[in-house]
Design a protein around this ligand. Structure first.
Ligand code: GUN
Ligand code: FE
Length: 444
């Protein structure tokens, strides 16, 4: 049992920020067993962070392509389909080499933990051994992870070396990957992962839908990401991407649809009925999506939403920057950007979200999307958390610029704003997953 005395913020709804000003959180075997005001629980604590740190729930990155880590920051001025063919597929082909894969996974998982990503939802690669090794790395370094072998077999839309030999073998490889991932302990959850409809034959999509129904495993894929992708599926099937995925049985409880920018209201309603949701990837969408995903519209229609980096379609490793960008792109969606249009015709009214909403997406919203008991400091949830070091009085330690000024930043809401928008990895002194410290800049 470990008792933490902390000042913390968490949100159990997009419009409800809760400030725990001086609380004791008791953690037993990774589970939060008590949360009380310090005044009600004056017994000794093991870790006292009040005054020096602000504690947040760990971040959920709902969409990461692990093999794209070595291409972070490259080729992003190309359209999606060219970036995939020219940059991504050649790199992903290299993961037939399990030693190369292992070296990338170690660096990726350690770096994401240092950024406060306590849960990551990973697309691994088409390769069985590399995929299982990613799960092993997450278990060894202590990151909560959903991991999926990427299934792809379409003869015209995939290069031969990244193609499952047949639909049946694509399903079998997924079965085997998920069986082995399922043996790696409580932090690792296997996921059924058709890359996206264009890269898969009908038979593979159907086979994976059947597998989801028979095993109950979570599904992840891309959906209506860009004009090209949305139109490609519409042309092949005469229906929307969402409807096609549903037809193959892939739209289920906690299915993670990456991007979803071009999902219409009917698509969002259908996803909501199935319990599926969207991994909103603001940075990547600015580069590839040709549209801004409307978080408020999706939420209003009942669709689950979390936040993702889409590494390496997004060029930023941390979820923190996605929170800031989620707010910014929602403002651009609401206002519009073309000054040649009259202000009242320029944007989509009612689209903007605030910082609390973005923070909820990165924590409790993401946890709800994937059905993991994290994201808030509540009895019964697992203790995944970050301690952000806060400079007071301008001592200047934090190069991020994160400081609390006496007489200026006394209001909790203002301190919260600063932490969410400014805190970077150098400000994270402790990162805990499942009650165990896994990363941080401060020596134990
Ligand atoms: N659609 C299919 N594959 C990918 C990918 O790797 N990244 C992104 N952003 N979109 C995709
Ligand atoms: Fe993606």
């Amino acid at each position: 049992m470990t008792r933490y005395r902390i000042e913390a913020f968490h949100a159990d709804a997009p419009d409800r920020l809760d400030h725990l000003d001086d609380h004791v959180v008791t953690v037993t075997d990774g589970v939060i067993t008590a949360v009380s005001p310090r005044a009600d629980d004056p017994a000794p604590v093991d870790v006292d962070l009040v005054g020096s740190h602000v504690v947040l729930p760990g971040f959920v990155d709902a969409h990461v392509h692990a093999p794209q880590w070595p291409q972070l920051g490259t080729g992003l001025d190309l359209p999606l389909e060219r970036w995939l063919a020219e940059h991504t597929f050649p790199l992903e082909s290299r993961y037939a080499d399990a030693a190369f894969a292992a070296s990338v996974w170690r660096d990726l998982v350690a770096t994401l933990l240092a950024h406060g990503t306590t849960t990551a939802v990973y697309f691994a690669t088409r390769h069985l051994e590399a995929t299982v090794e990613l799960g092993r790395t997450c278990a060894a370094l202590g990151q909560r992870a959903l991991v999926g072998r990427v299934a792809m077999d379409h003869p015209e839309m995939t290069p031969p070396e990244l193609r499952d030999p047949s639909p049946a073998e694509g399903v079998e490889l997924t079965v085997e990957a998920n069986r082995r991932l399922g043996e790696l302990g409580p932090l690792v959850t296997p996921v059924i992962t058709p890359r996206f409809v264009p890269a898969c034959t009908d038979a593979l999509l159907a086979g994976l839908g059947d597998l989801a129904a028979s095993t109950g495993a979570i599904v992840q894929t891309h959906c209506s990401e860009s004009d090209w992708e949305h139109a490609h599926v519409a042309e092949r099937f005469g229906r929307s991407d969402t409807a096609v995925l549903d037809g193959f049985g892939l739209l289920r409880d906690h299915t993670v649809l990456a991007h979803g920018d071009h999902m219409g209201d009917d698509d969002l309603r259908l996803a909501a009925r199935r319990g599926a949701g969207v991994a909103h990837c603001p940075r990547s969408n600015m580069l590839f999506a040709n549209a801004v995903f409307g978080v408020r519209r999706a939420r209003a229609l009942g669709t689950r939403v979390g936040l993702g980096t889409d590494i390496a379609g997004g060029d930023q490793p941390g979820v923190a920057s996605q929170m800031s960008l989620a707010v910014a792109v929602s403002q651009m969606l609401e206002d519009g950007v073309d000054r040649d249009l009259a202000a009242e015709r320029r944007g989509a009214p009612g689209s903007r979200i605030d910082v609390v909403h973005a923070f909820w997406l990165a924590t409790a919203g993401g946890a709800d999307l994937i059905g993991q008991p994290v994201g808030r400091f509540e009895v019964g949830r697992r203790f995944d958390a970050l301690a952000v070091r806060v400079d007071t009085g301008g001592s200047g330690r934090a190069t991020s610029g994160l400081r609390f000024w006496d007489g200026v930043d006394d209001e909790p809401a203002r301190r919260f704003d600063k932490v969410v928008r400014l805190a970077g990895p150098a400000d994270l002194d402790h990162v805990w997953v499942d009650g165990v410290r896994r990363s941080g800049t401060m020596a134990e």
